[in-house]
Write a protein that binds this ligand. Structure first.
Ligand code: PEP
Ligand code: MG
Length: 574
């Protein structure tokens, strides 16, 4: 019988296909024993599944690029660590060998035991990690049953479930999931933002859908309007086909925007720079008509191997980014290791009591003058090949910028004395992500040539909410009056001082935030190429004058709901 459900459209796109229902993690496996003679086979089956999952996690990690590598990679790394945990592995072997349980039942027992251990922890962060245990066990369970009918992947199906984790989305996409419907979740959650980058249609908050949809039911999903229809009738199917045609037309139009200017309805040009970490990102940014690179994260060069890359290796990477952008400005950020971006070479301090507030970013670079000097040499050598700017992360004080500027001048002199070509102009910029730097920007202004606002960290420090703690998701949003106030002030100060200012946090890559950022006075965005055309399209649909006239109302919004209400109105009336 036809039934329709309404949730929130979190990622556009339509799908027609069979439902694959995944109930909230119950892992209902009843007690199963195996014969003595089957122990070796069962152990081998389990170990093959573990190997498969290890390879799966590794492959998923390799496929990640750009912002995804940063955001999702840490989940995958954590899952790989859990998978190699001797507690988990030996426990499973013992249950199969000594108690003669099936691998499935052993998994269930281990899962329940670990879930109880996590649940008993005082720390919210560790308690929330039990979800990761569920996901690792879930992957193992799927690997044990791969090849059986209707097990494993979700190729060509629509996943219906309670929630979906960001780390899972990449894998679901590579398996070929058509769309996802969840009963929980929010439009501004990490998973929703990621689904939009991955172009997976997603409906969140579809309340009762799990009670009424069964495996194999035919569904139509409308990810824009947040609608799900079970057992669609002829009218639904007609509507679906029309929508698909419209979406395809839209995609073609989006593609055409590659060569169009990023200009508002009232004729103001906005600059869209790209965030990049790899050659592929640089090529994509160039092809999509990015104004340049606004944030090239160099720490990924340092995360790959066990030792810091030498001067020539770094020089080649920076030079290639400059060459790849054929004369457009390339902004390369100095090393931002520390906190969640711990390296393998031991540059970061081990066991920091509070890594997010520890020796990271420019603090680490200044503490490790040997490493920083090599990076500065490589950067300045690359400046001989095209316009290059240097961006300094995690700046908190004027002294830090002065120290970096002094190093830049010394290094330029030394390189020229050695016969290297170094550009005369290498603008030096500061990331504004520490609230102190944002508030004291007028005192910093004469030490920088440009500014880039890192909203990912700025939000975490303003709201005192660790950006890696899932339990604080509601607080990890830029939709807070304090964040808007700081953004507006930083942008105003930069304009008053004649400093170019961009936002390069994830916020800049989400078309939903475009009217809000424009209203706050922003004219430069730096974002991952995956959403560049969508952001360009959103900008082209905005009337900048009208948005700026509404800025007062935005600044008066007292909470997230009021800000969201402003955003909705801005989106419906350009
Ligand atoms: C930010 O903090 O917004 C930012 C762009 O830097 P990262 O995400 O690399 O910390
Ligand atoms: Mg940052």
């Amino acid at each position: 019988m036809r039934r329709a459900f309404t949730g929130h459209g979190a990622s556009r796109g339509s799908a027609l296909g069979h439902a694959r229902v995944r109930l909230p993690f119950l892992f209902e496996v009843s007690e199963q024993h195996i014969a003595e003679a089957d122990i070796a086979t069962e152990l081998a089956r389990l170990h093959a599944a573990i190997q498969d999952v290890r390879a799966e996690l590794h492959a998923a990690r390799e496929r990640l690029h750009g912002a995804l590598a940063h955001e999702v990679g840490e989940f995958l790394d954590l899952h790989a660590l859990l998978l190699d945990d001797p507690e988990l592995l030996q426990g499973l072997d013992a249950l199969i060998r000594d108690s003669r349980y099936s691998a499935d039942y052993a998994l269930r027992l281990q899962r329940d035991r670990l879930a109880a251990v996590f649940a008993a922890m005082d720390d919210d962060y560790f308690r929330s990690r039990s979800e990761d245990v569920d996901q690792v066990i879930g992957r193992l369970h799927a690997a044990l049953h791969r090849g059986e009918p209707h097990a494993g992947g979700v190729a060509g199906e629509i996943l219906v479930t309670d929630t979906v984790a960001p780390a899972e989305l990449v894998q679901l996409q590579s398996q070929g999931v058509l769309a996802i419907v969840t009963t929980g979740g929010s439009m501004l959650s990490h998973a929703a933002i990621l689904a939009r980058s991955l172009h997976i249609p997603l409906v969140v908050g579809a309340g009762e859908v799990l009670q009424h949809v069964n495996d194999g039911d035919v569904l139509v999903v409308d990810g824009a309007r947040g609608r799900v229809v079970v057992s669609p009738d002829a009218t639904d199917l007609r509507e679906y086909r029309t929508r698909r045609r419209d979406e395809q037309r839209e995609r073609r139009q989006l593609h055409r925007l590659r060569r169009e200017p990023t200009r508002t309805l009232d004729g103001v040009d906005i600059r869209l720079y790209a965030n990049a970490e790899s050659r592929a990102d640089v090529a994509e940014a160039h092809a999509l008509g990015a104004a340049g690179l606004g944030l090239y994260r160099t720490e990924y060069l340092f995360l790959r191997g066990a030792v810091a890359p030498d001067e020539d290796t770094q020089f080649r990477a920076y030079r290639d980014a400059v060459l790849g952008m054929t004369g457009r400005t390339v902004t390369i950020r100095t090393l931002d290791l520390g906190a969640d971006k711990a390296d393998r070479g031991g540059l970061t301090l081990p066991h920091e009591p509070n890594p997010a507030l520890g020796c990271r970013g420019v603090r680490l670079s200044l503490a490790r003058a040997d490493i920083f000097a090599v990076q500065m040499r490589a950067l300045l050598r690359a400046s001989g090949y095209g316009p290059l700017r240097i961006l300094v992360p995690m700046v908190a004080t004027r002294e830090e910028m002065l120290e970096v500027a002094a190093l830049l001048h010394r290094t330029r002199k030394a390189l020229r004395a050695e016969g290297h070509h170094v550009a005369d102009e290498v603008p030096l910029g500061a990331m504004i992500e520490v609230p102190a730097a944002a508030l004291a920007l007028p005192a910093l202004a004469d030490t920088v040539d440009f500014v880039s606002i890192g909203t990912n960290d700025l939000v975490q420090y303003l709201l005192a909410a660790d950006r890696n703690n899932d339990a604080l998701e509601a607080l990890q949003s830029p939709l807070h009056p304090a964040v808007l106030r700081v953004l507006r002030e930083v942008i105003r100060t930069c304009r008053a001082c004649g400093l170019p200012v961009a936002v390069c946090g994830e916020m800049a890559g989400d078309p939903l935030f475009v009217p809000l950022l424009l209203a706050l006075g922003l004219e430069e965005f730096s974002l991952h190429p995956t959403t560049l055309l969508e952001v360009r399209q959103a900008i082209r649909a905005c009337d900048l004058g009208a948005l700026r006239r509404r800025a007062g109302a935005l600044m008066r919004a007292r909470d997230r709901a009021a800000i969201e209400h402003w955003m909705q109105r801005a989106a419906s009336t350009p």
